[in-house]
Design a protein around this ligand. Structure first.
Ligand SMILES: NC(=O)C1=CN([C@@H]2O[C@H](COP(=O)(O)OP(=O)(O)OC[C@H]3O[C@@H](n4cnc5c(N)ncnc54)[C@H](O)[C@@H]3O)[C@@H](O)[C@H]2O)C=CC1
Ligand SMILES: CC(=O)C(=O)O
Ligand SMILES: [Mg+2]
Length: 475
């Protein structure tokens, strides 16, 4: 039995092993026979007659894990003490914490970091509010705010269940961009209330990253906050995704030798990510773009209750194509999926034009299994970390906020987003570019620095940077 290519879950089997009755070889053979892939063995304790070991095994689901556990338990001399899921283990107690930058060791320290010393600092800020950037966490802190209504592709799972994603985003902001980020999940879906809460908490933050707020509410919330706040407000699912998508497409088109102005693009899922990706592609020169949602292709001959679809229909589908995804994908050069799992079929891909480009970006399960699509596509990408060509907004948000905070931009505008997309694309050199490497890894250290530089340059060029360019270190 072999583990299917989609296997991603690691389980840890803690075993008590009677040395006289069984060997590590027997245990390994049992796991192999059941289709598990051993990736690590750790000794927890070792006695004269028995040992306790943690065996880490790659499995494809919980049922598979249970089967392996039962096979191990049936071996004479083996007791399964417990089985834990490595993914759950890394989330125990949450993934982030707050640390102080300076220790408070004595009364003197205390009187400086807290009262009475802190009062001078408060007074200084009250007299000159911009000093908040010099003397508080505002300088480097952003809020990652969600209402839990469109969490990955899981839908409206609520604010509590959204927390692991927001904590994850906060970790990635820090690790890749050096940006401090705090996750905030709101127990309300009311746009008025969300806007008013975010405005009320804004003094502590240098920027607001909106995350996983469903469309169409996300558009109004972002627009209002952008108008009413003087710090950058950025809906990551719209703009972060669009930036990375454009970067990937710029490079993929170099491989297929096609031009933006000539290609037919089908975008499936006209929600937050789909509308922003479409607008970015139109701005980059795409002329024939067709949006598809649950009820088929969007075109201007149809009336929509959703005002954003009405506006979308005006900008897209010049040939007024109608019908289902399978109808309109025929002869398309590019498929962009930001919708739902497993809705693109192999037959759909086979009906596309020569050298199809398929970006199936729904998370965690893409619109088509890359293994199924592979034989029929020229370039395949997904949003996942465990496959080649990861088109995921994590390539954008740490660097774009790093740049915006560094030059104290009042907003993140179109020029800054375009600069970020070109910067990400440029990390892959022409010599390196190939079908399985159109987009750099998030672990490529050049990504954040290149994005930061490009974003800062665009912010100064467009007049939204508020730090003096001559002396960017001056407050
Ligand atoms: N790879 C990446 O970086 C990113 C991926 N995504 C993924 O894109 C998907 C959508 O995210 P959002 O735009 O934030 O959500 P959203 O809720 O704003 O939009 C989803 C849209 O997809 C449509 N949809 C759902 N099922 C469909 C189907 N079977 N056929 C056609 N349309 C369908 C919905 O009607 C809605 O208009 C999610 O799976 C999310 O994980 C989102 C942002 C970034
Ligand atoms: C990656 C991301 O932000 C999403 O899937 O919602
Ligand atoms: Mg998201």
């Amino acid at each position: 039995m072999s583990v299917p290519s989609g296997a991603t879950t690691y389980m840890i089997f803690r075993l008590q092993i009677d040395k006289e009755l069984t060997s590590l070889g027997d245990i390994a053979a049992t796991i192999e026979k059941t289709g598990g892939d051993i990736v690590g063995i750790d000794v927890i304790s070792s006695g004269r007659t028995s040992t306790v070991r943690d065996i880490t095994v790659n499995v494809f689901d919980q049922t598979h894990s249970q089967l392996i556990g039962e096979s191990l338990q049936s071996l004479s001399g083996v007791k399964v003490i417990h089985v834990s899921d490595r993914t759950f283990l890394v989330h125990l107690g949450g993934k982030i914490e707050i640390n102080s930058k300076i220790p408070v060791k004595n009364r003197d320290d205390l009187s400086r970091v807290y009262t009475p010393g802190v009062a001078q600092i408060c007074t200084a800020i009250a007299q000159e509010p911009s000093k908040a950037y010099l003397l508080t966490i505002k300088r480097n802190m952003i809020a990652v705010v969600s209402d839990g209504t469109a969490v990955l592709g899981l839908g409206d799972i609520g604010p509590l269940a959204a927390m692991p994603v927001m904590e994850g985003k906060a970790m990635l902001f820090k690790q890749f961009g050096g940006v401090d980020a705090f996750p905030i999940c709101l127990d309300t879906k009311d746009p008025d209330e969300i806007v008013s809460i975010i405005k009320a908490i804004a003094p502590a933050f240098g920027g607001i990253n909106l995350e996983d707020i469903s469309s169409p509410r996300c558009f109004e919330i972002e627009e209002r906050l952008k108008r009413e706040l003087d710090i950058p407000v950025f809906h990551d699912d719209q703009h972060g995704t669009a930036v990375v998508l454009l970067a990937g497409l710029l490079n993929a088109l170099k491989i297929t030798g096609k031009q933006m102005s000539d290609i037919k693009v089908v975008v499936n899922g006209i929600g937050a990510a789909g509308i922003a990706c479409s607008k970015m592609l139109l701005a980059a020169g795409v002329r024939n773009l067709i949006g598809v949602d649950r009820y088929g292709a969007i075109n201007r001959n149809t009336q929509y209750d959703n005002a954003h679809w009405t506006e979308f229909a005006q900008m897209t589908n010049p040939n007024l194509e109608a019908g289902s995804l399978s109808d309109v994908i025929q002869h398309a050069d590019v498929f962009i999926g930001v919708s739902a799992p497993n809705i693109l079929t192999v037959d759909d891909v086979r009906s596309m034009a020569r050298d199809p480009i398929v970006f199936a970006m729904a998370n965690p399960t893409p619109e088509i299994d890359p293994e199924l699509a592979k034989p029929y596509v020229r370039v395949m990408a997904t949003g996942r970390s465990d496959k080649p060509n990861q088109i995921n907004n994590v390539l954008c948000f740490p660097g774009i906020f790093r740049g915006a905070l560094d030059c104290r931009a009042s907003e993140i505008n179109e020029e800054m987003k375009l600069a970020a997309a070109q910067a990400i694309a440029s990390v892959v050199t022409d010599e390196e570019l190939n079908e399985t490497y159109i987009i750099p890894s998030v672990f490529n250290q050049k990504v954040v620095e290149k994005v930061r530089e490009a974003v800062v340059e665009a912010a100064y060029r467009t007049g939204v940077a508020r730090k003096s360019m001559r002396d960017p270190n001056k407050e």
